[in-house]
Design a protein around this ligand. Structure first.
Ligand code: T4K
Length: 412
């Protein structure tokens, strides 16, 4: 439903612009017939997990695509990261951004390793290498960079710091499958990189992830750690966990890979549509991607300048939710403001000024194959209307308590 007047906004009680809820992270589904055929095969084979044929094929396809020696598929990226951390021998303190999904920090803390939060470069949203060096202590054993939104972090500068200080470098590439840096596919930087294939990622295996590396010894360790430390029947040669990816997930992964180009094309088409429609909206800037590199365009990321737009990011978020546009404030409020870190490091915000600023500005909008041009135009028209009439919207928001429930739920 088109709205041309702020009085028609759903936040004051009018019907929402969209009947169906529009989600960030709606899963992309490849060819159903092919998936069901594969599920039939694995049921016929009665081989459901533990290094099955689909898993092996999936790992081979990924390492070929990325030009990396080893791919070890895992049950999810968080466990994959925990395994990679263990395999590289990280301990003591590890430097990480706070502006990331909580799993990056938790994977360390889970193993009693202290995540030391480092500020980001506001232009890239990624770790600021100039700040990393200041945080190195005698206890530091490594750095985990994150390629946020699929945009590569400064791997050269981080690798240089790691080499000079004899630190390990892991890269959380949860967002960056099928993206490149200087023409080289993300996957072969640092000691190891880690992808997520969670349902909300543009390429999914329901739940899943993969650790990739060119290091023979590290790959061997990661495989052992993924499977309880089993080196053969009845032989356990190290500590380990259960990080295996099941055959049904690998079947989904293989099917998703066959549609990868289609998924990226849909994301790119959506990104261009948003870029055109939001180009002249005051206070809104859309995060851009390097068109000379490969990119999956899976996140549509806005930065809201509340002074230029006239309303805050959170007010815009509330208005959009009322219209059934379930925008997301990734990665608000920053890991350092979440438990257990918030209690442990109550002063952290003092050395994370850019993280603090950005966490209050970013808003992600829906994209993926579930979104079409009509929906995107509708979302952008609403944002344009709100920006043009921001004075009236702000005034009304002050006078009238919000109808919208702040404890937002996807399934209301
Ligand atoms: N490192 C980084 C940098 C990450 O971003 C992540 C995960 C990880 C590590 C760890 O990866 P995994 O261990 O998950 O493999 C989502 C995802 O759950 C999470 O995987 C992702 N990052 C993060 C950025 O986003 P939330 O908190 O947004 O909630 P979720 O997954 O419940 O729902 C997101 C949206 O997707 C909602 O609008 C609902 C919709 N949705 C979700 C699912 C699961 C659907 O429409 N269908 C679905 O099946 O975390």
């Amino acid at each position: 439903m088109m709205k041309s007047n702020v009085e028609e906004l759903a936040i004051w009680g009018a019907p929402p612009a969209f009947k169906q809820r529009l989600h960030v992270g709606r899963p992309n589904i490849g060819n159903r017939e092919r998936l069901l055929e594969r599920i039939g095969d694995l049921l016929d084979r009665r081989w459901l997990t533990n290094d099955g044929p689909f898993l092996q094929e999936f790992e081979k396809r990924i390492s070929e695509r990325l030009g990396v020696k080893y791919c070890i598929a895992v049950c999810n990226a968080t466990v994959g990261l925990e395994i990679a951390i263990k395999a590289t021998g990280l301990a003591g303190e590890v430097i990480v951004p706070s502006f990331t999904f909580i799993a990056t920090a938790h994977a360390l803390q889970w193993q009693q390793i202290t995540p030391v939060f480092c500020d980001i470069n506001p232009a890239t949203h990624n770790l600021d290498p100039a700040r990393v060096e200041d945080l190195i202590t005698k206890r530091t054993t490594g750095i985990i960079g994150v390629h946020l939104w699929g945009r590569p972090c400064d791997v050269e500068a981080l690798a240089d710091i790691a080499r000079r200080h004899k630190l390990k470098l892991l890269l959380d590439a949860a967002h960056a499958f099928a993206c490149s840096h200087n023409g080289q596919m993300i996957g072969s930087f640092g000691n190891a990189e880690l992808f997520s294939f969670h349902a909300t990622k543009f390429l999914n295996t329901f739940e899943g992830g993969a650790v990739v590396t060119n290091d023979d010894e590290l790959a061997r360790k990661i495989r052992l750690l993924r499977n309880f430390g089993f080196a053969g029947y009845d032989i356990v040669s190290s500590l380990g966990t259960n990080g295996k990816m099941s055959e049904v997930s690998a079947a989904m992964g293989l099917t998703s890979l066959e549609s990868l180009e289609k998924f990226v094309a849909a994301n790119y088409r959506n990104y261009i549509e948003y870029r055109q429609q939001l180009a002249d909206v005051p206070g809104i800037s859309l995060l851009t991607f390097d068109e000379d590199e490969k990119c999956n365009y899976q996140y549509v990321v806005l930065e809201i300048d509340e002074h230029a737009m006239g309303i805050t990011r959170d007010q815009l978020d509330d208005i959009l939710w009322a219209e059934n546009i379930l925008s997301r404030r990734y990665f608000y409020p920053g890991c350092h403001r979440m438990e257990p870190y918030r209690t442990r490091y109550p002063q952290a915000s003092l050395w994370l000024p850019e993280t603090e600023r950005l966490a209050n500005k970013v808003l992600c909008l829906p994209t993926g194959t579930a979104m079409g041009s009509t929906e995107i135009k509708g979302i952008c028209q609403l944002i344009q209307l709100i920006a043009c009439e921001s004075e009236a919207v702000k005034e009304r928001m002050l006078k009238q308590p919000l109808r919208h429930n702040p404890l937002k739920s996807y399934f209301e």
